[in-house]
Design a protein around this ligand. Structure first.
Ligand SMILES: Cc1ncc(COP(=O)(O)O)c(C=O)c1O
Length: 414
């Protein structure tokens, strides 16, 4: 069975060649990931060769426009969508804010919106604001012990006034992946639109928008090894029913109608590098299968990624399970498509911030805080002020990184 060649993977990343950066074990990937040379070289080329307004007849303008078209096409092919179904905005937070405004005219006073208390605030706050316009907000709450959402609780919340259901594919704190098919079935039966935050899911399983099923899926490419952008995908029939949010003369332009900020030229122009990276890795691991559709190759590579990540995550979870001074948030076993290697820990003796600082002295980078999932932490009985220690890994993390982390943790927890 083919397994991930992590040495080859890491050879694609300039960060691992840098004399200082390469000495660090980096475990704050859920906050933002490194980029492979396929992406950084494209960004460099954009800035040095054709960093101009990308419309017009000059060589530079045409190159810039082509690079941007390639960016849209690449992401679309990777998620099995049409480029016209995609908006590339500056971030997921603003994309969701704009989406809420674009859906608002379809709501009447008394219509209900369900949000969770497990999500990042990006998929809660913009929907709660619609209360100002008469929408009624309902909260689908996690189990305070497990941090998990129960579909039976959702069934009890849904009724004939439910119009919108917002949830996440994977929580950035609890780490478990939600049962998207069941959630979408419940919403569909009630005639509700589903909005799925895929930010914490996409680095582990690049979304297949049709296989997953929600009406809208969002994620952030700066956490999936590319430039800083937010992807907003929607089903064509849903997109066409939205009120455009850009300039009036751009209302019919698919990439502009939900992007009042306007596209970030160079960031989009470098995005095809992500697709190139996945293709290059696929060719390395499966040289005889290069004719397969891009979505199939993407899926194959992300399956390899997640098998590797699961293995590493379980070493960290095994370590944490043995310690009385660490509480693991969520499930204590990682599983592909079950629980990601986004591991939140609550230390018994020191604050998460103190621990993160001590780990940094051992050249181990982790996160500490609430990660904008304030409601989730509160529901779990964890103070958002002190928060959690978050160790989040992706496919380029190595067994050596985990060794460096566990050795340092052992030392600093004394
Ligand atoms: C689960 C989740 N959703 C949404 C966001 C917001 O994404 P962005 O930073 O692109 O606005 C984040 C960012 O950390 C996140 O982790």
């Amino acid at each position: 069975m083919t397994t991930l060649d992590v040495t080859h993977v890491r050879a694609q990343y300039p960060a691992f060649d840098h004399p200082e950066t390469s000495r660090w074990a980096y475990f704050e990937n859920a906050g933002g990931s490194y980029v492979p040379r396929q992406v950084s070289e494209r960004l460099h080329r954009f800035f040095t060769e054709y960093k101009v307004q990308p419309s017009g007849y000059s060589y530079m303008q045409q190159q810039a426009a082509q690079a941007m078209d390639a960016g849209y096409a690449a992401v679309a092919a990777m998620i099995d969508a049409d480029p016209e179904e995609i908006t590339l905005g500056p971030s997921t937070t603003i994309n969701l804010y704009v989406l809420a405004q674009a859906l608002r005219p379809r709501l009447s006073a008394g219509d209900e919106i369900i949000v969770t208390n497990q999500d990042h605030e990006a998929n809660i706050g913009c929907w709660r604001r619609l209360e100002e316009f008469g929408a009624v907000l309902r909260e689908w709450r996690i189990d305070p012990e497990t941090g998990e959402l129960d579909a039976n609780d959702l069934k009890a919340l849904v009724n004939n006034r439910t119009r919108i259901l917002c949830f996440n594919l994977c929580s950035n704190i609890v780490g478990s992946m939600n049962d998207v098919a069941t959630i979408c079935d419940i919403a569909r039966a009630a005639g509700a639109i589903t909005i799925a935050d895929g930010v914490s899911y996409a680095p582990h399983h690049f979304p297949d928008v049709h296989a997953l099923g929600p009406d809208f899926i969002v994620f952030s490419t700066y956490k999936t090894f590319a430039t800083h952008l937010g992807v907003l995908w929607g089903k064509p029939e849903q997109l066409s029913a939205l009120t455009p949010q850009g300039h009036f003369f751009n209302a019919d332009k698919p990439h502009y109608r939900l992007n009042p900020a306007g596209p970030l030229h160079a960031e989009i122009g470098a995005l095809a590098g992500l697709c190139q990276y996945i293709q290059d890795l696929h060719r390395h691991h499966f040289p005889e299968r290069s004719g397969e559709p891009l979505r199939t190759r993407t899926e194959t590579m992300f399956d390899l990624f997640s098998a590797h990540e699961t293995n590493l995550a379980n070493r960290i979870l095994d370590f944490a399970r043995e310690r009385r001074d660490l509480r693991i948030v969520g499930r204590d076993r990682a599983e592909p498509r079950g629980r990601a290697g986004t591991i939140a820990l609550v230390p018994g003796k020191q604050t998460p911030d103190r621990l993160a600082r001590s780990l940094a002295e051992c050249r181990v980078a982790v996160g500490a805080g609430h990660f904008y999932a304030v409601r989730c932490l509160k529901a779990l009985g964890i103070s958002p002020e002190s928060g959690v220690l978050r160790i989040s890994l992706v496919h380029y993390n190595s067994a050596h990184d985990v060794h460096q982390l566990l050795t340092a943790l052992d030392e600093v927890l004394q």
